[in-house]
Write a new protein. Structure first.
Lengths: 405, 125
């Protein structure tokens, strides 16, 4: 395709940074370091092991961890599974109650559902309408038999940042382990695990210009957290995650995290400016709502509802930009985004949302193009929308009796 | 998901978008669907003295397939008697637009809309 759409879906995935791809290529072929890092008896193994050690340090350095606290996984989904099931199972004699948030990623929520089927008790907390977890709500949910709280850092759909320091302190006070899904925040928001009261943290490479298929789990050593392994075999990663290490993926993740450490301040400054430009572009439009807290957020993820316009038809109209929608009309369920519903959004607003996620390679021209396109198409679709007519006539849509199907 | 050519055509150039006077005795209005499900269709028909549909207008909140289904429907019903119009099946619409299975409900909604518009018109006489 010659005229590729403008990419504004960085929270789905990011392109691999060229610097990262170049490093990865050195760990695949005969003339590179292709060895198995577990081969302790020869040169090829040692080279691979050195590369893995370096990457482990690069990942640890970005987040203020000790390299020994980093366990390689296949991605944030596996990290979430390993952390949550691992702690739940290891400490089940102490208790079988786990607390999470309704706006978590499916990798967390579905893992929790599985534990429920295995006899654990789960509490799914509601965030406030701005997407932020209220500490009192969490405090009231913690019980004698609670072993784990799992709350994400940056939300993948709406970009709000949870106060993981305060949540972690509360968990420490009650002697409850605390896991954080940081797939969307590592390299984008400051994380210093040498100070943060967090016991386990999930990372992904492909959300921060690294390759897909590789992630890591931070497992704190002091005070020590124990987890039941979920993958059994050769005992790699100190028994926590067996399997031959994917050296080329690992060096890619290491390089991506090293680049992120170097560029984070610049990236955030640029992305904040672009976000402001995007928001300003819609500020004079009627019935446009930014979902999630306006201040406690990562600026690279903006979820905006264009009321009375259905998200999927809007996405279709703006196919020159690659974004995602909170409307799930594409799935069989017809249910709008569970994250937006958890904020208490009306069905219309939830169905009318577009997620713009901007990143390292987004330009001002991209933003301007997106604004022009969205504005004109929203106008067109509102002219087509019976709901917009009703709104203009002053009819309260929540009081209409719909013939649901 | 990729859309079929006919869906794209109706979506890009929707036919008969608009509003008829719902209080007119010769106008029937059908409003179906719900915002919760992500689609709401309003279909209006106007009949002449002989009971033939002389005009049809629609507005739809929904995905591209829902918009295309209602646009196509307005084309089909014009010139038809109420009896003929009530014979239109959702499967005809789905077939004409080559809707994938997950989008068949859009054509069902269109069939509901024309039935509701006819019922509204009949309730006026």
């Amino acid at each position: 395709m010659n005229n590729k759409p403008i990419y504004m879906d960085y929270s789905a995935t990011t392109p691999v940074d060229k610097r990262v791809a170049e490093v990865m290529m050195k760990y695949l072929t005969m003339d590179g370091d292709f060895g198995n890092s577990g081969s302790r008896s020869h040169y090829y193994g040692w080279q691979a092991e050195d590369a893995v050690d370096k990457a482990r340090k690069q990942v640890a350095d970005l987040v203020g961890a000790d390299p020994k606290e980093i366990v390689w996984t296949s991605g944030a989904t596996e990290s979430d599974n390993l952390a949550i099931k691992g702690v739940a199972q290891f400490y089940q004699k102490k208790g079988k109650h786990i607390i999470t948030l309704k706006t978590e990623h499916k990798a967390v929520l579905d893992t929790c559902r599985q534990l429920e089927r295995e006899g654990f008790e789960l509490t799914y907390l509601d965030p406030d309408s701005n997407g932020i977890l209220n500490l009192d709500v969490l405090k009231n949910a913690i019980r004698e038999d609670t072993t784990l709280v799992t709350i994400m850092h940056v939300n993948n759909e709406i970009g709000v940042i949870q106060d993981i320091e305060a949540i972690g302190n509360l968990c420490r006070e009650h002697k409850v382990y605390f896991h954080v899904d940081a797939a969307q925040s590592a390299g984008k928001v400051e994380i210093d695990l040498s100070k943060l009261p967090v016991d386990l943290m999930s990372f992904s490479a492909h959300k921060i210009y690294g390759p897909k298929g590789i992630g890591a789990l931070y497992v704190r050593r002091k005070p020590r957290v124990r987890i039941e392994s979920q993958m059994h075999g050769g005992g790699q990663e100190r028994g926590m995650r067996s399997g031959t290490l994917a050296v080329h993926q690992i060096v890619g993740m290491g390089e991506a995290f090293a680049v992120a450490k170097e560029q984070m301040a610049d990236d955030i400054q640029r992305i904040t400016k672009l976000k402001d430009r995007l928001v300003a572009g819609f500020s004079d439009m009627e019935e446009v709502v930014i979902n999630g807290d306006l201040h406690q957020r990562y600026p690279g993820i903006m979820n905006i509802s264009y009321n009375y316009v259905e998200g999927e038809s809007l996405m279709m109209a703006i196919s020159d930009i690659a974004v995602s929608s909170g409307s799930a009309c594409t799935s069989a369920s017809l249910e709008p985004s569970y994250v937006l519903r958890a904020l208490g959004l009306s069905d219309e607003l939830a169905h009318s949302s577009i997620r713009f996620s901007i990143g390292r390679f987004t330009t001002e021209e991209d933003i301007d193009r997106a604004i022009d396109l969205v504005r004109s198409k929203v106008e067109k679709l509102r002219a087509l929308s019976p709901l917009w007519d009703m709104y203009k006539e002053g009819i309260d849509l929540s009081k209409v009796e719909w013939a649901a199907h | 998901m990729a859309y079929g050519e006919k869906v794209m055509d109706h979506y890009e150039n929707p036919r008969n978008v608009g509003v008829l006077d719902k209080d007119d005795q010769s106008v029937g209005t059908g409003m179906v669907g719900a915002p919760a499900c992500g689609d709401v269709m309003r279909l209006q028909i106007k009949v002449d003295e002989k009971g033939v549909i002389e005009d049809a207008k629609f507005k739809t909140y929904g995905c591209g397939s829902a918009i295309a289904s209602s646009s196509l429907l307005t084309e089909w019903v014009k010139g038809k008697t109420l009896d003929e119009a009530s014979q239109i099946k959702n499967s005809d619409i789905a077939e004409e637009l080559a809707l994938p299975p997950v989008k068949v409900h859009c054509s069902v909604l269109a069939e509901d809309a024309i039935k509701a518009a006819i019922a509204d018109l009949k309730s006026k006489s």
